[in-house]
Design a binder for this molecule. Structure first.
Ligand code: PMP
Length: 353
């Protein structure tokens, strides 16, 4: 008996699930997590907040997560309110809800690869067709190149990712406005790594007031070091939030998640305190590898895409043999490494040497 013997949907036959290896090795730099454990004071604050919910677990949580959305809006600024935000169990779930509401069977979604591997998988999952458009050879994207591909494919929904995973490339706001003007449908800008951007990099949040079909997705999994807490969110017009409520499961965000995320947000100074240290390691990786003569993509994220000599699968295995887990994103000749602690960077740089 195998999956193929089940009456599974035809469009899922032969597909492989998302599967970044979860291996028990000393240096794990493959899923762009924040390497720093939560500080004790934050652990205590979250424990207290979760504890306060326990007696009421007989009741469903706030279905609309209003208090959490209010806090998220305050964190984002830009004049946003709870009505402009929505939260779910990771930004993956937010994007799935967006696809359910604005794509679905018979529609198409387009993204510019190489980019985040879940965008096509989530698209497939809701019965839409994925259109793999392309970034420029240097991993950037110009307005003209983006428009030409939109003209060719006329998608129902567009994914942009800035800073882009796996390349680290931030998009110029001109590209986003050009796409917004050309595209018929919703434009999702995935800003999972926004907090790591170098100074001068603009967020698409500033474009929201003039663009009702724009949605910006964010996550607490990266800069906040809250990947295990599962909290992603979006900012958009209140109409988009209304639309997403048509497809969300009732009570999708547990009382414990909401309480923990609110406590983490309240402690954001302590949590985001690691961001500068991580950016330092990112820049150190970029500089060191370039000094060694390797091609390295510019990064505004907490990871670096670098070229290896020969087959990247072999280089990946050799690094793993030395206790360093990085990511093979399926890009011939390239690997991606997360910027973690200075000691992790030391281990990576030494193993790569
Ligand atoms: N978007 C991008 C670009 C990512 O790299 C990731 C995590 N790898 C996510 C979204 C999803 O993160 P989460 O569901 O943990 O919010």
């Amino acid at each position: 008996m195998s999956i193929e013997d089940l009456p599974i949907r035809d469009d899922l036959r032969g597909q492989t699930p998302y599967g970044a290896p979860q291996l028990d090795v000393a240096v794990r730099l493959n899923t762009n997590e924040n390497s720093y454990p939560l500080p004790d004071a934050v652990v205590d604050a979250i424990a207290k907040a979760v504890q306060a919910e326990l007696r009421d677990l007989n009741r469903y949580p706030d279905r609309d997560a209003v208090a959490l959305r209010t806090d998220l809006a305050a964190y984002l600024g830009h004049g946003l309110t709870a009505a402009n935000t929505w939260a779910a169990n990771g930004s993956n779930e937010v994007q799935q809800q967006l696809l359910q509401a604005f794509a679905g069977p018979g529609r198409t979604a387009l993204g510019f690869g190489p980019s985040y591997s879940m965008h096509p998988l989530l698209t497939l999952g809701v019965g839409s067709r994925w259109i793999g458009a392309l970034r420029d050879p240097d991993f950037g994207l110009t307005p003209d190149a983006a428009i030409a591909q939109l003209d060719e494919h006329d998608p129902d929904m567009v994914f942009l990712c800035s800073p882009n995973n796996p390349t680290g490339t931030a998009l110029d706001p001109d590209v986003i406005t050009a796409v917004l003007e050309k595209a018929r449908g919703m434009v999702i800008v995935d800003e999972a790594y926004a907090e790591f951007a170098r100074p001068g990099t603009a967020s698409a949040l500033a474009l929201l007031p003039d663009h009702p079909r724009l949605v910006v997705t964010r996550t607490m999994s990266k800069a906040f070091g809250f990947a295990g807490g599962r909290l992603g969110y979006l900012a958009a017009s209140s109409d988009v939030v209304d639309a997403v409520q048509l497809v969300r499961l009732p009570y999708h965000l547990s009382a414990l998640t909401q309480a923990a995320a609110r406590a983490a947000l309240a402690e954001r100074d302590a949590l985001l305190g690691t961001v500068e240290a991580i950016k330092e390691q990112r820049d150190r990786i970029v500089t060191t590898l370039r000094d060694r003569g390797l091609r390295v993509a510019d990064s505004d994220a907490n990871f670096v895409l670098f070229e290896v000599t020969g087959d990247q699968k072999i280089a990946w295995q050799r690094l793993l043999d030395r206790g360093v887990l990085v990511r093979d994103v399926g890009l011939a000749g390239w690997l991606r490494v997360t910027a973690g602690t200075p000691a992790e960077t030391d281990a990576f740089l030494e193993a790569l040497q």
